[in-house]
Design a protein around this ligand. Structure first.
Ligand code: GLC
Ligand code: MG
Length: 253
């Protein structure tokens, strides 16, 4: 009791972060649901999935309804139950973005295999790419895109997925946008992730950050190279890792 810090906003990735073990997910949900009722804690999911793919996931997982959904690696923000992305966020992403041109440039790389149509979004172009050629392909792709004046972020996750997004359209920038909208301090905010597309969650602000124990090498490496006392690498996996981090930061007893 006493000395606990108010948890005003919890932002978590879904696949292999919040979702991965049903028993620990249930345990964490009980706490978050109570915090939401007693303290007004807001819960946000930040996923690489499209909203459609997210809706598929919630049919098989016991997830609390979020206060907002950050989808498509940050390029879409859905507040509460809204079916359309937040227009203020969308209007920020259209600058220097030419989807057709990006697809045309990427098609010159035989190693880039297009992801399914459902994951191709207005501000997200996604491929599969073998880890063995990432170091060769990504710098060349970046170079060709910037020669065309396209200011994009290329994000590689889980040794498989390559996303091209408008610069400033990632999960981390979306979090800053929501904190600003809701006027929530970074000290009362927690971000949680496991893979490359979560690095931006840890990169911009001073939110408390939890890297789950099962994190992928790209996020682990980033975490090792950027040590700060407001980030924590958990021992436990998935939701149990989030709970461990919440205790470490004294949000939970
Ligand atoms: C999710 C998305 C996929 C994306 C990946 C990494 O799996 O469905 O399109 O490439 O996250 O961001
Ligand atoms: Mg993940």
């Amino acid at each position: 009791m006493g000395l606990l810090t108010q948890l005003s906003l919890l932002i978590t990735d879904l696949d292999h972060t919040l979702v991965g073990n049903a028993e620990s997910l249930d345990r964490l949900n009980l706490i978050l649901d109570r915090y939401r009722q007693e303290l007004g804690t807001k819960i946000v999911y930040a996923t690489g999935r499209s909203r459609e793919s997210y809706q598929g996931l919630i049919t098989s997982q016991r997830l609390l309804a979020p206060d907002a959904l950050i989808a498509a690696v940050g390029t879409e923000i859905y507040l509460a139950d809204s079916e359309t992305p937040d227009p203020d966020w969308v209007s920020k992403l259209g600058i220097n973005w030419d989807r057709a041109e990006i697809v045309a440039i990427a098609s010159r790389f035989a190693d880039l295999e297009s992801q399914p149509q459902s994951e191709q979004r207005p501000f997200k172009v996604s491929y599969y790419l073998s880890p063995s050629v990432v170091a060769a392909v990504v710098p060349q792709l970046q170079e060709l895109l910037s020669q065309q004046g396209l200011d994009v972020e290329i994000i590689y996750s889980g040794s498989r997925d390559l996303d091209i997004l408008p610069r400033g359209g990632d999960k981390g920038t979306a979090v800053q946008f929501l904190r600003d909208r809701w006027q929530i301090d970074s000290i009362e905010t927690v971000v949680c992730g496991d893979s490359g597309n979560d690095i931006s969650l840890f990169k911009y602000g001073t939110e408390r950050g939890i890297v789950v124990g099962n994190a992928q090498s790209e996020l682990r490496l980033w975490h090792e190279l950027h040590p700060v006392n407001y980030h924590y690498l958990a021992v436990a996996d998935y939701a149990a890792g989030i709970l461990e981090g919440l205790k470490y930061f004294r949000f939970v007893e």
